[in-house]
Design a protein around this ligand. Structure first.
Ligand code: DDR
Length: 259
């Protein structure tokens, strides 16, 4: 009947929930699928990832990649933190209103359009951190719950969330003059693991472990010295991950668990 407009039957006879779509939905879903392949840790040394630094549970890897003379090293970080859920992590990473609370490398930050309640198109400029032109980027950012993640060994996550950011065009961008446009593909994948209390008591923050994978593929869009770029990445990505995860732990410590 009319009241069932948001549900339809596909030709196989299965009930399918109709997802809200926008012009970037297909591109978004495709990227999410690709990023989720990173959850398969069956061969940790696979695909040529080279570890560049380590700090407690956090490990940061890169692959050296030069395209048209530009340093485009893919970067991957693996981390695991207590006291927070995957949804909380992804929420604070995605939510535009709190960006300035934890992000230190950004100068201008504008939301150009909101496509749905968890998808925006953002414009940002990065503080000039190397002897070359300042960079900006224009990207879609979406937070999505993943219902059937690829399995990782015998650990079963309670829930899985991803934030997926990728460069798009937008007519209302009002770029800061002199900036070079960087192209980005970024994902934060988070999974909550719960250790139930032995006494059968309620689940508290102490029962939570959140496994994190962060990937960034950044094309700087124009020349910048390789050694400078690589040392900045090596310093800034671990700094961001530590700062961001501490921020979420701090922010949520007195809040109800959010799944
Ligand atoms: O992904 C992040 C945090 C990025 C931390 C960057 C540390 C290294 C910076 C070197 C200058 O924040 C996202 C939250 O949803 C939003 O930002 C992005 O997705 C884009 C991140 C691109 C960072 C590198 C850009 C450098 C310009 C060449």
């Amino acid at each position: 009947g009319d009241e069932e407009d948001d549900i339809f039957f596909d030709p196989e006879g299965e009930v399918v929930e109709q997802k809200v779509t926008h012009e970037h939905s297909e591109a978004l879903n495709q990227r999410i699928k690709e990023h989720l392949a990173l959850l398969d840790h069956s061969d940790p040394d696979a695909n040529g990832w080279e570890q560049i630094t380590e700090d407690g549970e956090m490990k940061v890897y890169r692959k050296e990649l030069v395209q048209d003379g530009l340093i485009c090293d893919p970067l991957k970080a693996v981390h695991s933190v207590g006291l927070v859920t995957a949804k909380e992590m992804c929420h604070y990473f995605w939510f535009p209103d709190v960006r300035r609370d934890w992000e230190e490398t950004v100068d201008v930050f504008d939301v150009l359009e909101t496509l749905d309640e968890a998808t925006t198109i953002n414009y940002q400029t990065h503080k000039q951190v190397w002897p070359a032109a300042q960079r900006d980027c224009l990207y879609l950012s979406s937070m999505v719950k993943v219902d059937n993640p690829p399995s990782v060994g015998d650990k079963i996550p309670h829930d899985t969330w991803i934030v997926c950011n990728f460069s798009v065009d937008h007519p209302e961008a009002n770029p800061v003059s002199g900036c070079v446009r960087a192209l980005i593909e970024v994902a934060l994948i988070c999974q909550t693991f719960i250790t139930l209390p032995k006494d059968g008591g309620p689940i508290t923050r102490d029962c939570l472990q959140c496994d994190i994978i962060y990937v960034a593929n950044v094309n700087p869009g124009g020349w910048a010295p390789a050694s400078v770029l690589r040392s900045i990445y090596k310093r800034e990505y671990p700094k961001f991950l530590n700062r961001f995860t501490n921020y979420v732990q701090q922010k949520t410590k007195d809040l109800k668990l959010l799944f």
